[in-house]
Write a protein that binds this ligand. Structure first.
Ligand SMILES: [Zn+2]
Length: 300
């Protein structure tokens, strides 16, 4: 089967090339996927902006309203790291809907990826850390509300701790949040996930993969999910600007294979989302993000 990939050209809100957030990576990723034959017409599914009713399942009404009207208070925009104008607001809604759509498809086919998403720092009442809405938070809430999933696991391997997702599901026992991250990295104040695994700086492939394997085994004993959301951020990469860890491309590939193989081997549907990744060269960055899609395609 071809890997279903959810995408929309509006995922790229067209920031200036020298912006701290490498927005161009979303367009570059589609080019990288095209080169690999993964972004063919039969594989691509287009998202459309998420309605407020979905967003309110994971976010406070006031904040949803502020983003929809492009009237986010300056203090919150500062936390996010960019202004929430019309294009950014639409992009946030498109990315959420992309993860929702990917979760619908994964429940039917076993695996699907969104070519955006993984905005795990967004909390109920505000965005933060380049994240406006928490796409996984909304998609998981929607699955619970509709009864399509009863137990949901979030495997967050972005190098930064998944504080927003942890906060959204702090009182929701049906969602198990797992974060494997660099201890000394952003956010300074972490919100406890159900399972946090904090790593020391500069950890390399072998030690990282050992920690991951250990964590996957522990979770398999503790929780049997109906679906897994996998945040495959590539900021643990050795050349990432914000990472602090030292994974190679092969390490990232082995990581993705370990996660996807583990859950597909158990028959659990997997939804892959892009997550963080920071480099000045967006083409190089897109190549790193493409690893998730290549790996997922082998399990489709
Ligand atoms: Zn990150």
């Amino acid at each position: 089967m071809t890997l279903p990939i959810v995408h929309h050209p509006g995922y790229d809100a067209k920031f200036a090339v020298n912006h701290r957030f490498p927005m161009g990576k979303y367009s570059a990723l589609m080019t990288a996927l095209g080169r690999r034959g993964l972004a063919c017409p039969g594989a691509l599914v287009q998202s459309s902006p998420a309605p407020a009713s979905w967003l309110r399942l994971a976010h406070d009404e006031t904040y949803v309203d502020q983003v929809m009207r492009s009237a986010v208070p300056e203090a919150i925009e500062k936390e996010i790291g960019f202004a929430v104008g019309e294009r950014v607001s639409r992009r946030a809604r498109l990315a959420v809907a992309g993860t929702v759509l990917a979760s619908d498809i994964a429940l039917q086919t076993g695996i699907a990826c969104n070519a955006a998403g993984g905005s795990h720092h967004a909390r109920r009442a505000r965005g933060a850390g380049f994240c406006t809405f928490n796409d996984v938070g909304v998609a998981a809430s929607l699955l619970l509300a509709s009864g399509r999933a009863g137990q949901i696991l979030v495997v967050d391997l972005d190098v930064h701790q998944g504080d927003g997702t942890a906060e959204i599901f702090a009182d929701e026992p049906r969602v198990f949040t797992f974060s494997l991250h660099a201890e000394k990295n952003y956010p300074a104040r972490k919100v406890p996930s159900r399972y946090d695994f904090a790593l020391p700086d500069a950890i390399r492939d072998a030690a990282y993969l050992e920690c991951l394997d250990d964590a996957l085994k522990r979770m398999a004993e503790a929780f049997r999910p109906d679906i897994v959301f996998y945040n495959a951020g590539v900021d643990p990469h050795e050349e990432d600007r914000l990472g602090r860890l030292s994974l190679s491309n092969d390490g990232i590939r082995a990581r993705d294979r370990a996660v996807i193989g583990h859950f597909r081997g158990r028959g659990v549907p997997v939804v892959g989302v892009v997550g963080g990744g920071y480099a000045h060269d967006v083409d190089e960055l897109a190549e790193r993000h493409a690893i998730l899609f290549e790996t997922a395609a082998a399990f489709a």
